[in-house]
Write a protein that binds this ligand. Structure first.
Ligand code: FES
Length: 245
């Protein structure tokens, strides 16, 4: 029987309870076409080092739990084919979030920011029980916006999140635009007020990292740009109306 090829994996290790600093462990993993990085991690954990910690659940790009830094790019381990990664596969945890162990980070700050922007429909007038009709075009606009799986790859790739820990970040800001653009939502001013301060949309430096890494093509950069435009348009309207224009 033909022997399988092996690939070298270099993996970030750190246990804050016992280690003074992080280090990398290397493992040789037998692979074949079709094997994902997540499957390689499973192999390592089951056969080479049972103490390796990482997150995963769905194994098919839906749950968002396996986002990590693989050879220079944040991506989903379950959607990354080993044969597509050139040379040694170097894996690091997501940046800007505290490490719990190895590749597992504390996602709480990420989800707290998401909670802060009220990620749900605010329908306005009390119309309990009334059906909120949406046209096909109105729904089509939301098609990519609702695809976010909250993996956090955009958050980790964003340099601004690295120096401003209060910055809401690409995922939360894109989610604001998702509800702002929803015809059933009636909280435009409330939503724009939430993202107008120094930790909101104007903190974005339009680096496009979030757009590049998003595994679902949500394009947070464009969503943030739309919110900036909306806020600026409103401020201009106020100035004009004060001059009686
Ligand atoms: S395991 Fe669910 S997205 Fe990768």
């Amino acid at each position: 029987m033909e022997k399988k090829k092996t690939k070298q994996f270099k993996i970030f290790r750190f246990n804050p309870k016992t280690d003074k600093r992080h280090y990398f462990d290397t493992f040789d993993v037998p692979y074949e076409a079709g094997m994902t990085v997540l499957q390689a991690l499973n192999y390592i954990q089951r056969n080479l080092d049972g103490s390796l910690a990482y997150r995963s659940s769905c194994r098919e790009g839906i749950c968002g739990s396996c986002a990590m830094h693989i050879n220079g790019k944040y991506c989903l381990a379950c959607e990354t084919q080993v044969i597509h990664v050139k040379g040694t596969v170097t894996i690091r945890p997501m940046a800007h979030l505290d490490i719990i162990k190895d590749l597992v980070v504390d996602m709480n700050p990420f989800f707290e920011k998401l909670k802060a922007i009220k990620p749900y429909l605010i329908p306005g007038d009390p119309d309990e029980g009334a059906e909120r009709i949406q046209t096909q075009d109105e729904r089509a606009y939301l098609n990519t916006l609702v695809d976010c799986i909250l993996c956090g790859a955009c958050y980790a790739s964003c340099a601004v999140n690295g120096f401003d820990e209060d910055y809401l970040g690409p995922a939360a800001l894109a989610k604001v635009n998702r509800f702002f653009m929803d015809s059933r939502d009636k909280a435009d001013e409330q939503r724009l007020a939430l993202v107008s301060d120094e930790h909101g949309v104007f903190r974005c430096h339009t680096l496009f990292n979030c757009q590049v890494v998003c595994p679902k093509n949500v394009n947070p950069t464009a969503n943030i740009a739309n919110l900036k435009r909306q806020i600026i348009a409103r401020s201009l309207t106020v100035k004009f109306s004060k001059k009686g224009m």
